[in-house]
Design a protein around this ligand. Sequence first.
Ligand SMILES: [Fe+2]
Length: 118
Amino acid sequence: MYEKSVELLNRAVADEMAAVHQYMYFHFHCDDQAFDLLANMFRRTAIEEMGHIEVLAERILFLKGEVEMVASMEVQKVHDVHKMLEVARKMEEDAVRVLQPLGQRVRGERRCGFKEDL
Ligand SMILES: [Fe+2]
């Protein structure tokens, strides 16, 4: 009944999974290069992205769907901190483009299930 919503939610889960992996990768490499503040920021951001997966998974289960825990892309092996920030900015800009229509769709459904907004 809600297959399209579940599919879209799982696409968002896949992007969030990729973000968690990418930000943790950046965290490890910033830490290794002694960029402590940046390393901590990437670590906190990865944890925040995990929270987004939790919200999406909660909604998928509410709709009686299956949560597909597959990342949408491989980690980009970037070691330069300036390039890391460029990649992070692009990932966030792309996420906004994907999540805005999804948020409109799920809010448009009359049933609720989110504890918080997307
Ligand atoms: Fe996210």
